[in-house]
Design a protein around this ligand. Sequence first.
Ligand code: ZN
Length: 338
Amino acid sequence: MKNIILLLLSLTILSCGSNKKININEDSVKNEFANEIKAEDLKEHLYIFASDILEGRKTGEKGQKMAANYLTAYYKNLGLKSPKGDNEYLQIIPKEFFNGKSKAASENVVAYIEGSEKPDEFIIISAHYDHLGKKGEEVYNGADDDGSGTTAVMEIAQAFQKAKKDGYGPKRSILFLHLTGEEEGLFGSKYYTSHPLFPLANTITNLNIDMVGRIDKKHKNKPEYVYIIGADKLSSELHSISEDVNKKYTQLKLDYTYNDEKDPNRFYYRSDHYNFAKNNIPVIFYFNGTHEDYHKITDTPDKINYDILAKRTQLVFYTAWEIANRDNRLVVDKGNVE
Ligand SMILES: [Zn+2]
C-alpha cells in the first residue's frame, strides 16, 4: 500500500516538473528501506550469533562452521544469489592457506544482489564472522567483535533485497562478504583478494564493519558517534559521500581520530579492508573503538547498544545506496598504498 502511495506521489510530482520535489520523494523511498534495519532484528540475530552454542566461532572449528550455516540459511531464505550460481554461498579456503593457524579448511560466506543497470560494477560490504573460540569451558562470544558487524551486514542485505523486490534495486551489484580467519591474520580477506569472485578492477569500494555495537570511554556521554577510518585515503569522493550522507540522514558524530596517519594504533592497516585498499580499492572501516571487553570472554550481547548499532548500520546502508545508485563510478584520485 505504501508503495502505491509513493508511486502516485512520484507521478504527481513528475507532472509538476520540479526536480527538488522528486529528490524529496527519492529520500522517502530510501528512508523506507533504511527503516527496515531495526534494533530488535539486530538483537535477535546477535543473541544467536554470539551465543555459547557457536563456541566462539574459531576458524576451522565446529562453531565457525555452524556460524557459516546460519549465514547461508539466512541468505537462502532471503533469496539472494550465490556468486557461483550454486546454492552454497561459500568460498572454501584450503587449510594450507592458513599457515598452520586453522585445523581445517574454512569458508568465507558470500551472497549478492545483481545491479539493475551496471551489474559488472561491485560494492563489497564486509565483516568477519570468526572469533577466538573457547578456552576450556569459557566461550569467547565476540558479540561486538565482530558479531555486531556480521548482523549489520545481514540487515543491510535484507534492506537492499526488500528495495529490489519493491522495484528499487541497486543499479550496481552489491556483494555481502562474511570473512573467516580475521583473528588469525586477515586470512579471509587475503584469500578473497587473491581469488576474487568478481574482478577487483570492477570492485569500486569496500565498506568494512568491525566492532560497531559498543560505546568507548571517550564517547561515554555522547554515544551517537562512529570512527571512520580510510575514507579519504584513495578517493576524496568517498569521503565526501560518507560525510554528506551522514549529515543528511544519520547525524552521527564521525570521529576521525584513528584516521590520522600519525595515530599509533594504525587501525587502517589492521582489519580486512586493508587487503582491498592494497589493491587500490577505496575503503571505509567503521569502528566503535576499543573497550575493556575487547578479546575477553566478557564481550557478550547484553553489553551491545542496539539503537546505536542500528544507526551505524543505517549509515553504512545509506552510503552504499549512494555509491550503488549514483550516475558516475566512484573516482580513485589519490595515491596507492604501498
Ligand atoms: Zn574484529
